[in-house]
Write a protein that binds this ligand. Structure first.
Ligand code: UDP
Length: 451
């Protein structure tokens, strides 16, 4: 009887069209589908995975015109604001049309960044639920911004960079997403808007109590609506080959990894949006080569500022050294890579997905955050969970060599790896039957059925 009701219960999901947001939304879709719900994606027309790879879900493209924007970190905030302004009307129209076809909608789940969706849902008298694809700590930080502003901390001054943020311990001002951010007013506007939960009736988090229990508790008190920390969601999904990548995954690197010694390879990636300069790439290359460790390095097209060409390295000796010890791809099957026996460390920009994916496999990190929540995640990795080392200051080959060796072959690195393995076990418990995330997922299903 209950199954009957679930089968006829259609949930509309509205993702934010960037890789780090699309992945967790698809993971949630797969989980809810496995619980009997029907899934429709209402999605932006750019940056979206091929619907034909997902025959179990329905897709409703939202017409809009964002042709003046390109998906890059430099105009990211402006793009997100414009995206929200552009989708509200057409989303409303396609949902009304859907309802007129007698396709009943149970509720709308939207990425917290797609804040205009709440208005559309409210207008159509549909319940809406937020999916937060970053950490709970980020949301808690956002919630504190009005207070910090009224206490006179903004604009943030360099002189307080190292100070702890009142009420946000262990974060320092320099860990906040707005520290040294170029278009800080736009960012503050986005932060205030996303942390206002408006008429939404619940929040789903891609996190787990064993990572963020104290913050989750504060958030529940603060927002007074049901909170479901069901993550890390990818851990429930058996098939780790991800059809949600916007770039083709180069699977040859798995064959290369198969030939390496256990825990001997450093995986290097800065995610889907961050970029670094050509000078930094050269310093990283020399640092990696001089460390004498093997490495698998993702160099995305567009990830080197001002350079599209793939031929990055010109010095013959450097090229030869890289060929000897390293393997470079444009896009890796990251979850599979991190779960591979040969991986012993992850040099990461500390996007929330990458952080979770690494911790879930017991892989310790070298944190080199670039912007947004990455600095906060890096702080948690190194200072709270103690499963990584932060690489600070200007990138320089000697320092890189030292940090890589420290993580991969030193005694201290071994201790960090052991803590990462311990945390992996904790996370496995939380998604196993009777674990905290597992129970939250059950509660979420009950909540959805009660709407
Ligand atoms: N990713 C991948 N292959 C790569 C690099 C990244 O599949 O070569 C995936 C990664 O597994 C993660 C997502 O892209 O799920 C990146 O999200 P994250 O939050 O780490 O960073 P963002 O790209 O949003 O900065």
């Amino acid at each position: 009887m209950e199954m009957e009701k679930q089968k006829s219960s259609r949930i509309v999901l509205v993702p934010c069209p960037f890789q780090g947001h699309i992945n967790p939304m698809f993971e949630l879709a797969s989980l809810l589908y496995s619980k009997g719900f029907s899934i429709t994606f209402a999605h932006s027309q750019f940056n979206f995975p091929n619907p034909s790879n997902h025959p179990c879900f329905s897709f409703l493209p939202i017409p809009h015109d964002l042709s003046q924007f390109q998906a890059s970190s430099s105009n990211f905030i402006a793009l997100l604001l414009a995206l929200n302004d552009n989708i509200a009307m057409p989303l409303r129209e396609i949902l009304v049309h859907q309802q007129q076809q007698n396709d009943e909608i149970l509720c709308i789940i939207y990425d917290s960044i797609m804040y205009k969706v709440a208005e559309v849902a409210n207008n159509l008298k549909l319940p809406s639920i937020i999916l937060e694809t970053s950490s709970a700590s980020l949301f808690w930080t956002y919630a504190a911004f009005n207070r910090l502003e009224s206490e006179g901390y903004f604009p943030l001054k360099d002189s307080i960079a190292e100070d702890f943020v009142p009420g946000l311990d262990p974060l320092r001002f320099k860990d906040l997403p707005i520290f040294n951010f170029p278009n800080v007013d736009d960012l503050l506007h986005l932060i205030k808007t996303t942390s206002d939960i408006r008429t939404s009736s619940a929040i789903i988090w891609n996190t787990t109590e064993c990572l963020e229990q104290p913050i989750l508790e504060k958030l529940k008190q603060h927002y007074q609506i049901p909170c479901f920390p069901v993550g890390p969601m990818h851990k429930y999904i058996k098939n780790i080959i991800s059809p949600t990548s916007l770039t083709t995954e180069d699977r040859n690197c798995i064959m290369w990894l198969d030939k390496q010694v256990a825990k001997s390879v450093l995986y290097v990636s800065i995610g889907s949006l961050a970029s670094i300069t050509e000078r930094e790439v050269t310093e990283i290359a020399w640092g990696l080569v001089n460390s004498n460790q093997h490495f698998l390095w993702v160099i995305r097209s567009g990830s080197i500022t001002g350079r599209e060409s793939k031929s990055v390295f010109h010095e013959k000796s450097l090229k030869e050294a890289i060929e000897k010890r390293g393997y470079i791809v444009e896009w890796a099957p990251q979850k599979e890579v991190l779960g591979h026996f040969a991986i012993g460390g992850f040099w990461s920009h500390c996007g929330w997905n990458s952080t979770l994916e690494s911790i879930c496999e017991g892989v310790p990190l070298i944190c080199r955050p670039c912007f947004g929540d990455q600095k906060m995640n890096s702080r948690y990795v190194s200072y709270v969970w103690k499963v990584g080392i932060v690489l600070e200051n200007e990138l320089e080959r000697g320092e890189i060599e030292r940090v890589v060796r420290k993580l991969m072959v030193s005694e201290e690195g071994q201790e960090i790896r052991q803590r990462a393995m311990d945390l992996k076990l904790e996370i496995e418990k939380s998604v196993a039957e009777n674990g905290s995330s597992y129970k939250c997922l059950d509660d979420l299903v009950k909540f959805l059925l009660s709407l």
